[in-house]
Design a protein around this ligand. Structure first.
Ligand code: AMP
Ligand code: ZN
Length: 460
């Protein structure tokens, strides 16, 4: 099956046609590791995971590279503030970043190179740009002369009128209203980390790392490049300028950008007190599957407004989907056959997914199956229908990954532990009883105490 997706470059939804056979080479801009990832960042990484799973599901072979920005203005600033070496800081947050990805069930890309370990490739590109006369030196730094690249602005569609020849910018991030010659290499500054290279002693600008890492690991021309929309300008515009002049041709076919996450309709910021990380939501007791579901259920081209109400709703939805699947697994068989409708809805799920990752629409077909089965009465469904429903939900779960396929039957061992705990409570040995509650929880079950009894439930 073919997948189509919105390409920022052409401003059209296009069918993905790999450069080589069935292989799609994907470059995803990765995290800047100077602090915990916030939930805005994580929305992007969940989207990237959904995209990768969709491509694989559609039958493509996928090879994905994602950089780790372990040196840039932000990393250096924070390491000064905390008075720790920048490598110590970046390694710590890189580790926490991968922990977040794993908790959110995001698949780890095939390669995750660190910027600081790819300096020779960056230097090679900078040398070539100097030789071609599109880069120039000034006070030990090296800048890219954007007036010399005729296609400058083709991705972000900036107004060329605003280009001010010769005006330079040294910081890594700046806005679209102020396009300037940007730094490829920054001359060493007192106390700042630096690298001694053939283009001087200093450190790379932020944009050059993605040109270098994608070139080294994916070659001169690859298929897909992803990032959040804030990266379109200047980061990706500058990347195109660097890579296309270095390689002498177009280097990326499809530019895919996901929209931002807002909190209560506002930009997330520490000063507004609406800045959340995965850990802060976990500490408030929210399930990570609910967070994953909330992020994945919004279309990547729409802004996602995060509220605690929406997170609670996502938690209820995940529980309802799991309860449904558990009831299907435990159902007695009847004689109503709904296999053809279920198969039709499953087809629709993937048809919408493959069409610009329209997952919101896909999920609506999953709920159609739930409604249909509930309306007919689960115990009235034929054995074949029950099997087809489970097969469909397994295929949906290849993408959404929030369903556990276990029957609601409580294992004997759990029942025994729960009974033992109940006796301990009766003996007022609360400490030992609590230990057992924790043990039961680690096995995936929770106990709810009632007045004179208790019930055991699966932990979603
Ligand atoms: P950074 O760690 O700042 O380099 O960002 C990592 C990724 O998160 C980039 O692709 C950004 O575009 C993306 N991103 C940053 N802020 C948000 C946000 N509020 N919502 C969604 N994605 C974001
Ligand atoms: Zn990048």
């Amino acid at each position: 099956m073919k997948v189509s997706i919105y390409n920022t470059l052409t401003e059209k939804i296009e069918e993905l046609i790999p450069l080589e056979d069935n292989l799609l080479k994907v470059y995803s801009c990765g995290p800047t590791v100077y602090d915990h990832a916030h939930i805005g960042n994580l929305r992007y990484f969940v989207f990237v995971d959904i995209l990768m799973r969709t491509l694989k599901n559609a039958g493509y072979t996928v090879y994905q590279v994602m950089n780790i920005t372990d040196i840039d203005d932000k990393v250096i600033k924070r390491s000064f503030e905390l008075n720790i070496p920048f490598r110590e800081l970046s390694r710590k947050y890189e580790k926490l970043f991968f922990e977040d990805l794993k908790k959110l069930k995001c698949k780890i890309p095939d390669k995750t190179p660190r910027a600081t370990e790819e300096i020779p490739t960056m230097v090679k590109i900078i040398e070539s740009l100097l030789k071609k006369g599109i880069a120039y030196k000034k006070n030990g730094s090296i800048y890219y002369d954007i007036s010399k690249f005729k296609d400058y602005g083709k991705l972000s569609k900036i107004d060329k009128e605003q280009l001010k020849a010769g005006a330079r910018v040294d910081v890594d991030s700046y806005d679209k209203e102020n396009p300037r010659d940007f730094a490829l290499w920054k001359a060493v500054k007192e106390n700042e980390p630096s690298f001694d290279t053939s283009v001087g002693i200093g450190r790379p600008g932020w944009h050059i790392e993605c040109s270098a890492i994608s070139y080294k690991y994916l070659g001169e021309h690859f298929d897909i490049h992803t990032g959040g929309i804030d990266l379109i300008f200047p980061h990706h515009e500058n990347e195109i300028a660097q890579s296309e002049v270095f390689c002498g041709h177009k280097t990326v076919n499809y530019w895919v950008h996901s929209e931002h996450l807002f909190v209560d309709g506002r930009k997330m910021s520490k000063s507004l007190g609406n800045f959340y990380t995965l850990r802060s939501l976990e500490e408030k007791g929210y399930s990570i599957d609910a967070i994953r579901y909330l992020f994945l259920s919004a279309h990547f081209k729409t802004q996602l407004n995060f509220t605690f109400k929406s997170l609670k709703n996502a938690e209820n939805t995940v529980n309802n989907i799991n309860d449904f699947v558990n009831r299907i697994l435990d159902a007695k068989d009847g004689d109503i056959d709904i296999t053809s409708q279920v198969k039709k809805y499953e087809e629709k799920f993937f048809e919408f997914l493959y069409n610009n990752i329209d997952i919101t629409k896909s999920l609506s077909y999953m709920f159609e199956i739930i409604n249909l089965a509930n309306n007919k009465g689960i115990d009235n469904l034929s054995k074949n229908s029950l099997e087809v429903i489970i097969a469909s939900f397994k295929s949906f779960n290849e993408i959404i990954d929030v369903i556990t396929f276990e029957s609601t039957e409580i294992p004997k061992k759990i029942k025994e532990l729960a009974e033992k705990r109940w006796q301990l409570r009766k003996e007022k040995n609360f400490e030992s009883a609590d230990k057992l509650r924790v043990e039961i929880k680690t096995k995936g079950f929770v106990i709810e105490d009632k007045k004179d009894s208790y019930i055991i439930r699966k932990d979603h």
